[in-house]
Write a protein that binds this ligand. Structure first.
Ligand code: SF4
Ligand code: SF4
Ligand code: FES
Length: 237
């Protein structure tokens, strides 16, 4: 049996409170997402003290570690609910919303700031490019970013609304750096230097947290090299 101790809040302006629920499953692969889905499917949801409870608000889409929607703080660590097996989390599991973003309700946070930043950085190609084969590898890796926000949660230098984008903004920029031709790369590098290179403390607290398993260290090293010594980044040599 697992006990899910969930930090709840009815809406943004309400005080948070803890509420615990029991959940049992025979499935060894049951994850936090499985438990949340099952709890919400109970017609008469009650907490461990027998109090009637409202359905638990949380977000999900793919349930396959592909969309990043279900990011939350589980046992104190930011991770994906659909990739957090109950069997590996101990008997009492704490579940909280991400803390670097405004809470909408229960486990749902507003990550608009990530998408606003991406819009501001214009992380898209404005015309077709044919990237070098070696550049494609880095672009492909960087494209795996789910914009889940887990890395921002542990980053000591990131705060919402600040100039530094953290890795959720850096990786889409990294992807562009890897894809663009020399002449197109100048503007992207300028944005990268301002919004990533100069703000990142290189502590690498984000290195092991990424639920998509991205090689943040090596992507960052490539892009930093390009930002600091542009000529070293000529992948076509
Ligand atoms: S290296 Fe440190 S400062 Fe830079 S993005 Fe990662 S956690 Fe943040
Ligand atoms: S780099 Fe990893 S942890 Fe950070 S937003 Fe992208 S997928 Fe999430
Ligand atoms: S629901 Fe898509 S990553 Fe968990």
């Amino acid at each position: 049996m697992s006990v899910l101790k969930i930090l709840r809040r009815k809406s943004a302006d309400q005080q948070p409170y803890w509420q615990s629920f029991e959940f049992t499953s025979d499935d060894p692969n049951a994850a936090v997402s499985t438990a949340l889905t099952a709890l919400n499917s109970r017609s008469d949801l009650r907490d461990m003290s027998g109090e009637k409870a409202d359905p638990i608000r949380w977000e999900c889409s793919c349930l396959q570690k592909k969309c990043g929607a279900c990011a939350m703080v589980i046992n104190g660590v930011p991770r994906l609910a659909c990739d957090s097996k109950l069997a590996e989390l101990g008997e009492v599991i704490t579940v909280e919303p991400l803390k670097k973003f405004p809470v909408i309700a229960d486990l749902i946070v507003d990550r608009t700031v990530i998408f606003d930043t991406l819009r501001e950085l214009k992380v898209w190609l404005e015309r077709g490019v044919t990237p070098d084969e070696r550049a494609q590898e880095a672009a492909f890796e960087a494209a795996g970013c789910l914009q889940c926000g887990c890395c921002l949660e542990v980053c000591p230098n990131y705060y919402a609304g600040g100039r530094f984008t953290g890795m959720a903004g850096a990786l889409p920029l990294t992807r562009l750096i890897a894809e663009l031709t020399d002449e197109q790369r100048r503007e992207v590098l300028k944005a990268y230097r301002k919004r990533v290179y100069e703000g990142c403390g290189k502590s690498l607290a984000c290195r092991k947290i990424c639920p998509a398993g991205l090689d943040i260290e090596s992507l960052m090293a490539r892009s930093n090299a390009a930002a600091a010594w542009r000529s070293l980044f000529d992948l076509r040599k």
